[in-house]
Design a protein around this ligand. Structure first.
Ligand SMILES: Cc1cc2nc3c(=O)[nH]c(=O)nc-3n(C[C@H](O)[C@H](O)[C@H](O)COP(=O)(O)OP(=O)(O)OC[C@H]3O[C@@H](n4cnc5c(N)ncnc54)[C@H](O)[C@@H]3O)c2cc1C
Length: 386
């Protein structure tokens, strides 16, 4: 158990640190903020803060639209984190004075063709079966909400509690908050855990966690585009739009400053090359759903690497046999939405030594001895990983 407020740490004073955080993405920075705010002496190690997946991420906070079959425990964690987002965003903005693009208009899920709508409806039925707020809309109701949607769009549903934030504003704000709370920054990558001296080490290095810990975190490539409404005006739609368009799954995230994020591919690859085919598919699906996008400027085409795991769920808690090393990685497609709950629960664990029950399904030892892992939902059924 680590408690007490002491002077801010100096990087030359590492042996007396309470917490070393490896990785300054949203997850590591939020953990550093939460731990520092509790009076712990914290240092964050990263040669290139904010350069991981968050640098390209869309920033959807979508526990409902991303409640997929077979991922019930992950959905519970996503919902728990989304519930923390309003207070988290308000506290971050109040602490730093920085607006982070947190928007609450909600998410529209749409299907372009009859086949697309049939596929989408299966998922909506599952989500409604979990008691999640998904309201089917007739085409007329859809267009009342978003007149810019293509007339071809066959139908949709509203997920009013799925919100968004801008990761490119969030990450610098988190860094400022952590610094103001007293965290020190060491501008170097960590090669071996033994190079870091602190009472507790938190590995929040995204895809970099695999080399440091041996945990099964693998890169999952995502290509993503940024467009901009001409004339410096806001985009002609306000909701996040997630669409099925001729079998292609895309999302469109409007920002107040005119930017629209259009993503994303999901590829089992570890390069960050942008391919013509992916750009073509994303643009075709995006323009099919929202024809006005054809007039927008295409300002960026990039790829990032999500920290994926065998069961798509994050890895949170002590490494097997190493109670002094906590993993906070493997957030895959959900690292932005999961930032608040990860930070709070890992900081609690550091301070009290007692894991919150929510963490039980996401422990690192669920993968011990497994090629593909048991996973949070099997943990519920009480198999060998529980
Ligand atoms: C195309 C795309 C779209 C996405 N959209 C969304 C979305 O809409 N909503 C959502 O919730 N999530 C989204 N994500 C996922 C999200 O970006 C990640 O889950 C999230 O960034 C993970 O945060 P992190 O801090 O764990 O890792 P990262 O953001 O990857 O940051 C890891 C940090 O660790 C550092 N690091 C790595 N190795 C070391 C080392 N050895 N020593 C020190 N530092 C190290 C890196 O430099 C980096 O700064 C998206 C991802 C992609 C690629």
């Amino acid at each position: 158990m680590l408690t007490g407020r002491s002077p801010a740490p100096r990087s030359s004073d590492r042996a007396r640190l309470d917490v070393a955080v490896v990785g300054a993405g949203p997850v590591g920075l939020a953990i550093a903020w939460r731990c520092s705010a509790r009076g712990l002496r914290v240092a964050v190690h990263d040669a290139a803060p904010g350069s991981g997946a968050s640098a390209v991420a869309a920033g959807m906070l979508s526990p409902v639209a991303e409640a997929y079959f077979g991922e019930r425990r992950l959905t519970e964690l996503l919902l728990a984190s989304a519930a923390r987002w309003p207070a988290f965003a308000a506290e971050l903005t109040e602490t730093t004075g920085v607006a982070i693009g947190y928007r609450t208009e909600g998410t529209l899920m749409v299907g372009l063709t009859g086949d697309d709508l049939a596929e989408a409806r299966r998922l909506w039925a599952y989500q409604q079966g979990l008691g999640l707020p998904v309201t089917p809309l007739l085409p007329s109701g859809l267009r009342d909400r978003e007149p810019a949607l293509a007339p071809r769009v066959r139908g949709g549903a509203l997920a009013p509690t799925d919100h968004q934030v801008d990761p490119r504003l969030l990450v610098p704000a988190l860094r400022t908050a952590a610094q103001r709370a007293g965290a020190a920054f060491v501008p170097q990558a960590v090669r071996h855990l033994s190079d870091v001296e602190a009472r507790v080490t938190v590995v929040a290095a995204g895809c970099g966690a695999a080399a440091l810990t041996g945990l099964p975190v693998r890169p999952v490539k995502g290509q993503i585009l940024r467009l901009r409404a001409p004339g410096g005006v806001a985009p002609g739609f306000r909701h996040v739009i997630r669409g099925y368009a001729d079998g292609e799954h895309v999302y469109l995230v409007p920002r107040a400053d005119g930017e629209v994020v259009l993503g994303a591919t999901v590829e089992e690859r570890s390069d960050t090359t942008v391919t013509a085919g992916a750009v073509q598919r994303l643009l075709r699906a995006g323009v099919d759903l929202l024809p006005e996008l054809a007039e927008y400027d295409l300002v960026e085409a990039v790829a990032g690497l999500r920290p994926g795991t065998p069961d798509n769920a994050p890895i949170l808690g002590p490494l097997p046999g190493r109670p002094d090393v906590l993993a906070a990685t493997g957030h895959h497609r959900h690292g932005i939405v999961l930032t608040p709950v990860t930070a709070d629960l890992i900081a609690d664990l550091v301070v009290t030594g007692v894991p919150d029950p929510l963490l039980a399904a996401f422990r690192p030892d669920r993968f011990v001895g497994a090629a593909t892992g048991g996973g949070p939902d099997r943990t519920m059924e009480g198999d060998q990983w529980s």
